[in-house]
Ligand binder design. Structure first.
Ligand SMILES: Nc1ncnc2c1ncn2[C@@H]1O[C@H](COP(=O)(O)OP(=O)(O)OP(=O)(O)O)[C@@H](O)[C@H]1O
Ligand SMILES: O=C(O)C1=C[C@@H](O)[C@@H](O)[C@H](O)C1
Ligand SMILES: [Mg+2]
Length: 179
């Protein structure tokens, strides 16, 4: 149980493969919070894997669902929420994210490539040149991710557990009243 967050939700943002789902679960456990994942909620509600949903209904339909799920989750407290990599793209989503504290998990793009090399579940990377696609997505999104309250840059040197611990320290720091 923690009191420094006063029940506010923690929203994890960042690129595909940055560890929002992996670190998010650990962070939730450390905070005594419930863990939610917007991608997983969408998969549960539609009964379809994200890649299938993109193929059947297109990215825009997915983005609309993503905003709806985020809006629903905002009504709750004491949640750690892993979001989809593209949640930052819609301005309206920032209105929801700002209900809580926003944490950007930022991993070097080469590391993301290694992690996602064999992954077929990220539809936006099913491209002839996934490395270039990933780089282009990062360049488009970086200024949006940078609007987070807390920025956690990490690489292979830190385990997911260590990153979750550091996230708590940095959140505490960000919540300290400035004098
Ligand atoms: N700290 C870490 N060190 C090494 N590998 C990691 C770390 N965190 C996550 N991974 C690995 O990277 C891959 C992607 O992680 P994860 O699914 O948590 O990313 P994500 O940010 O939720 O991505 P998406 O936006 O696509 O949902 C997984 O295979 C996971 O095991
Ligand atoms: O970066 C993105 O745009 C995405 C990331 C994933 O979390 C999923 O939300 C989906 O694959 C799209
Ligand atoms: Mg995820």
């Amino acid at each position: 149980m923690n009191d420094f967050l006063k029940g506010s939700n923690v929203y994890l943002i960042g690129m595909m493969g940055a560890g929002k789902t992996t670190v998010g679960k650990l962070l939730a456990a450390q905070l005594g919070y419930r863990f939610m994942d917007t991608d997983a909620v969408i998969e549960q509600v539609t009964g379809l894997p994200i890649a299938e949903l993109f193929a059947q209904s297109g990215e825009e339909a997915f983005r609309q669902m993503e905003s709806q799920v985020l809006a629903e989750l905002c009504a709750y407290t004491r949640l750690t929420i892993a979001t989809g990599g593209g949640i930052v793209l819609k301005r309206e989503n920032w209105g929801y994210l700002r209900h809580g504290i926003v944490v950007w998990l930022d991993v070097p793009v080469e590391q993301l490539q290694t992690r996602l090399q064999a992954d077929t579940t990220r539809p936006l990377l099913q491209d002839a040149d996934p490395a270039t696609k990933l780089q282009a997505l990062l360049e488009q999104r970086q200024p949006l991710y940078a609007q987070a309250d807390v920025h956690i840059r990490y690489d292979v040197a830190e385990t997911s557990e260590e990153v979750a611990k550091r996230a708590i320290e940095q959140i505490k720091q960000a919540l300290k009243p400035s004098v």
